[in-house]
Design a protein around this ligand. Structure first.
Ligand code: SF4
Ligand code: SF4
Length: 289
């Protein structure tokens, strides 16, 4: 039995491979066992896990970030704040004297504030998005991080979403696709990472990148192959060669795709799938021990 505060990230190197299908169905199956669980939708740029559950909103919190405000009447145009900004978020020209904060690039690190010796910089709060907690139809919590359009990085929202999910129950995290900062931020909090891929050359290429990153992070991993039966054998050969456990296969079937497209859970429609997803937890436990 996995510890009650265990965190599983469901991730993939690219979007559209089926990680939300896995995350939502695993959450649903887990809930049916009576084990307290939370589904944290960390794909803050395009969260969609909520679509699969009837849910009731419980609370919403706005996530903000500090960004600098430059008082040009106090600014000497020394350029130090520009030099200290690692994110190129301050546009600066010494002649003619121009200085501007590009808020969409700012990470709120505060370095410019520390750099300025002329008290020309103060800070204001900028809204990045919202984290909403719902009670899902299975009586467990669903936490959704949702970034506003035009915001540069979902990382602060992901952090807030994972924090809102808490540590008192098993948490399934639907990670953002790719291997950049939002992915890292999510999997860093996971005890185990399930990578969802498909048996195609693109799937394999993205899988390799994810595996390399997660090995660097020393995270235990297993793989689910979605749309099994299409493509070729290269993903299977790669998993064998790298000694990576294949946890589950989801066949390339029209009925599964149709059910997903209609916002339906396959574990609700077919109890066999519920058993298969619960078996996934057992396999994760064996791998993780
Ligand atoms: S807070 Fe950090 S990221 Fe934002 S402008 Fe200042 S130095 Fe750059
Ligand atoms: S460090 Fe301060 S004084 Fe220098 S350019 Fe930046 S805001 Fe102006």
């Amino acid at each position: 039995m996995l510890p009650l505060n265990f965190k599983i990230a469901i991730a993939s190197g690219k979007g559209g491979t089926g990680k939300t299908l896995v995350a939502t169905n695993l959450f649903h199956s887990l809930s049916k066992t009576g084990i307290p669980a939370t589904l944290a939708d960390c794909d803050a740029e395009a969260p969609n896990a909520k679509l699969f559950f009837k849910s009731k909103e419980e609370s919403t919190s706005v996530v903000t970030q500090k960004v600098p405000v430059i008082d040009e009447s106090k600014c000497t145009y020394c350029g130090k704040c520009h030099d200290w900004c690692n994110y190129h978020a301050i546009f600066f020209l010494p002649q003619p004297q121009v200085i501007k904060v590009m808020e969409e690039l700012c990470h709120g690190c505060g370095a410019c504030l520390a750099a300025c010796h002329f008290k020309a910089i103060t800070e204001k709060d900028v809204e990045l998005g919202v984290v909403t907690t719902y009670t899902a139809s299975n009586h467990n919590n669903l936490v959704e991080a949702h970034m506003h359009a035009g915001v540069y990085s979902p990382v602060p929202l992901i952090k807030a979403g994972i924090q809102a999910a808490g540590d008192h129950q098993m948490t399934i995290m639907d990670a953002p696709p790719g291997t950049s900062c939002p992915f890292i931020q999510t999997v860093a909090r996971a005890d185990y990472v399930v990578l969802v891929t498909e048996p195609t050359p693109f799937g394999l290429s993205d899988l390799k990148q994810s595996v390399e990153t997660l090995r660097e992070m020393k995270k235990p991993i297993g793989v689910i192959i979605n749309r099994a039966g299409m493509g070729n054998q290269e993903v299977y050969e790669y998993l064998t060669g790298e000694n990576i456990p294949l946890l589950m296969e989801i066949p390339f079937e029209r009925s599964i795709a149709a059910s997903y497209a209609q916002g339906k859970l396959i574990t609700e429609a077919d109890t066999l799938w519920k058993s298969i997803f619960l078996g996934l937890l057992d396999k994760i436990h064996v791998q993780w021990k």
